[in-house]
Design a protein around this ligand. Structure first.
Ligand SMILES: NC(=O)c1ccc[n+]([C@@H]2O[C@H](COP(=O)([O-])OP(=O)(O)OC[C@H]3O[C@@H](n4cnc5c(N)ncnc54)[C@H](OP(=O)(O)O)[C@@H]3O)[C@@H](O)[C@H]2O)c1
Length: 362
């Protein structure tokens, strides 16, 4: 189903003189969007005005979209949106159709280093990526360096998250014991492979034997079936009663209390997400019992500048091309109302293993 929405919010661009020649913008884009927050039925494929193109922007024709749990937080209203209709999505990959026109940008040393060109494949990470065309500041755009747009859309956010959360949030070192909830999910499998690459021992939890097997194939040393086993007791046994160095927790509300029982003295809890709901307010005194540290980062704030985009983007694609990290794609969905809805249904019902993508065009 497609709905036409007023063009007042987003000025339409008819033509742009890009660095390598004129590009005739279409007047509209197709988008997976929401007119209000709510249940799964608020997701609609809509026809929206072509996005506003700022002088520092690249315009990218989208080929693949990566589906993330954060899409469900925005759709439900857990994370605020400042306008409607709002295109959903925060991760996609495609091909550059126009380059920035701002002379300052063209002289920026990081802009020059990225060697952006019309026709080059790039990843985009910004609010509202689930559209046929995205206009995005060049500093939030990453050349894919030969990696396909499908693999790129399936991996840029999660690999950038693993790199930054296992360095800035807590620096994983050889010999550390790392604990990962949702170990067979999209992020969990990337966390597992990257922690092994850094020399850590990996323990994680999941719900089924099939998921546990996939986590083991991706390097997990021990996988606990949290529905059948006592997680705290298993971790005590596996760590000789000491506990783990760091917990990566994407579940949130349901596992927060357990995290403090499995962390060792001076251990770090990296609160990653809210799959079961947000963690309720608590007193900082809670951290005093074993001198725990708590970090609640967002990958967007770790990869915020042109320099960080250059550095982290480069690392992401090197890890893929050098074969250090393998991207597990669970399923590809169509770019339709039903496809957008089904992807979020599948992600939130806990049945998926690895990453979900939506195919827009090729
Ligand atoms: N902070 C950041 O910048 C950042 C960046 C990327 C991702 N994240 C977070 O990382 C987490 C994982 O994201 P993802 O996209 O890779 O998702 P995912 O792990 O592929 O899917 C979520 C998994 O969570 C588990 N789960 C446990 N309790 C659940 C519940 N009550 N409802 C639904 N699922 C539940 C399920 O696995 P089991 O069957 O194993 O229980 C489910 O498959 C999310 O919390 C996300 O918000 C945060």
């Amino acid at each position: 189903m497609s709905a036409l929405v007023s063009t007042t919010e987003r000025p339409q661009h008819e033509e742009c003189e890009g660095q390598n020649g004129p590009f005739q913008y279409p007047s509209t884009v197709e988008a997976l969007a929401i007119a209000q927050t709510g249940d799964i039925n608020v997701i609609e494929k809509m026809t929206l005005p072509f996005p506003k193109v700022n002088p520092e922007d690249l315009v990218v024709k989208i080929e693949y979209i990566g589906v993330n749990f954060i899409d469900t937080y925005f759709r439900k209203g857990l994370y605020p949106l400042d306008h409607f209709p709002a295109t959903i999505g925060e991760e996609a990959a495609g091909v550059i159709v126009t380059l920035p026109t701002d002379p300052e940008v063209l002289e920026n040393p990081y802009y020059k280093r990225q060697q952006f060109k019309i026709g080059m494949s790039v990843a985009v990470t910004t609010m509202g990526t689930d559209e046929t065309y995205v206009s995005i500041p060049w500093s939030r755009t990453f050349p894919t360096r030969g990696v396909s747009t499908k693999i790129t859309a399936a991996s840029i956010t999660q690999i950038a998250t693993a790199i930054t959360f296992m360095s800035d949030a807590y620096a994983v070192s050889p010999g550390d014991t790392v604990f990962i909830h949702t170990i067979a999910g999209g992020l969990g499998l990337v966390f597992t492979q990257y922690a092994k690459h850094l020399g850590a021992k990996v323990i994680g939890t999941t719900s089924t034997k099939e998921k546990a097997e996939l986590a083991r194939r991706n390097g997990a040393d021990e996988v606990i079936l949290y529905k059948d086993e006592n997680v705290v007791e298993r971790v005590r046994t596996l760590t000789g009663g000491i506990g783990v160095d760091v917990v990566y927790d994407g579940v949130g509300k349901d596992t927060f209390e357990m995290d403090f029982q499995i962390l060792k003295r001076k251990g770090t809890l990296v609160s990653v997400g809210n799959a079961s709901g947000p963690v309720p307010p608590f007193s900082p005194l809670k951290l005093m019992a074993k001198n725990h540290k708590l970090v609640r980062p967002s990958v967007t704030n770790y990869v915020a500048t042109a320099e960080e985009a250059w550095e982290i983007g480069g690392k992401v694609f090197n890890l893929i091309t050098e074969g250090v990290l393998r991207v597990n794609i669970y399923k590809e969905y169509p770019f339709t109302t039903e496809g957008g809805r089904q992807a979020q249904i599948d992600l939130t019902n806990g049945k998926t293993m690895g990453k979900l993508v939506i195919r827009v065009s090729e």
